[in-house]
Design a protein around this ligand. Sequence first.
Ligand SMILES: *Cc1c(COP(=O)(O)O)cnc(C)c1O
Length: 360
Amino acid sequence: MKRAFNFNAGPAALPLEVLKRAQAELLDFNNTGMSVMELSHRSKDYDSVHNRAKELLMELMEIPSNYDVLFLQGGASLQFAMVPLNLLGEGQVANYILTGVWSQKALDEAKLVGQTRIGASTKENNYTSIPKLSEIDIDPNDAYVHITSNNTIYGTQWQEFPDTGNVPLIADMSSDILSKPIDVSKFGLIYAGAQKNLGPSGVTVVIIRQDLLERTPENLLTMLKYTTHAKSNSLFNTPPTFSIYLLSKVLEYVQEQGGVASLAKQNELKAQMIYDVIDSSDGFYNGHAQADSRSRMNITFTLNSDELTQAFLAESKARGMVGLNGHRSVGGCRASIYNAVPVEACEALRDFMIEFRKNN
Ligand SMILES: *Cc1c(COP(=O)(O)O)cnc(C)c1O
């Protein structure tokens, strides 16, 4: 077996150790004589998996006790709808900060629900940056302020978060959750599809401050209410049990690695390695993101012609590096180096980038 150097944007790399552990107990979980996939979601064996995932996430992210952690389905994309359906009251206005395709999609859903406005946008520079905090328009009457903490497609990331006062700050953290310590108490709600930094696709994590549950309208459909899932410990209906199980395994592994702070250090090293090659390439590689807005998770860059780009992708692929093609809206290349992408993969990419430049 030869494992690829996996730079996929999502679903993305999982820690090899986690996959091995899941493999070892695939046929017989915890002496049940069944796979965890075959357990009832109402059984005590599954219950301990479910609660362990929740407790570990609370511990690793230092989530305060006045927040609920929910395990939902429908991806981050369903959260684009559930956020305004639950939190945007009649006559209120929701404030969206536009930093890329995902924040635009979140805004588009909110527009179907109620009134919105745009508190800042970097669309005019093709989303190469994050707005300056001082340039963001926040009104104390906003229903909430929505941001995308890491822009997976453009390779930009918020380095600091805006102070929104009493207005709840809501963040789509799909592509950088758990990659660095954050102060959860600054946020009203955080959501993330698991398939980038947390585990496999199929489960979406929602972290919600409990007072916001009071905003859910009575007449909202049951499955779309945060309150339904908060009241039932995310067991109102059958949850994605295997995804939650793998999430718990990833979180155990993160804890063994020394937690989020030590991951953050490693992530910084990994990203710097690649950015250094870009910056010292005399324009052979061009970073898409402005230096002060660069993402440590998704590194986006272009080469100077289509031919070079195609050669770069083909040669890197021949060396076992996959997923380096950029998103169609940016073009060029993108290296997604989430938590589970090992340092060795980044070193291999760095070495290849240096060599490719030399040869071309
Ligand atoms: C991948 C991604 C999404 C979409 O997630 P789904 O789970 O496919 O709905 C949304 N936001 C961000 C920032 C993403 O990276």
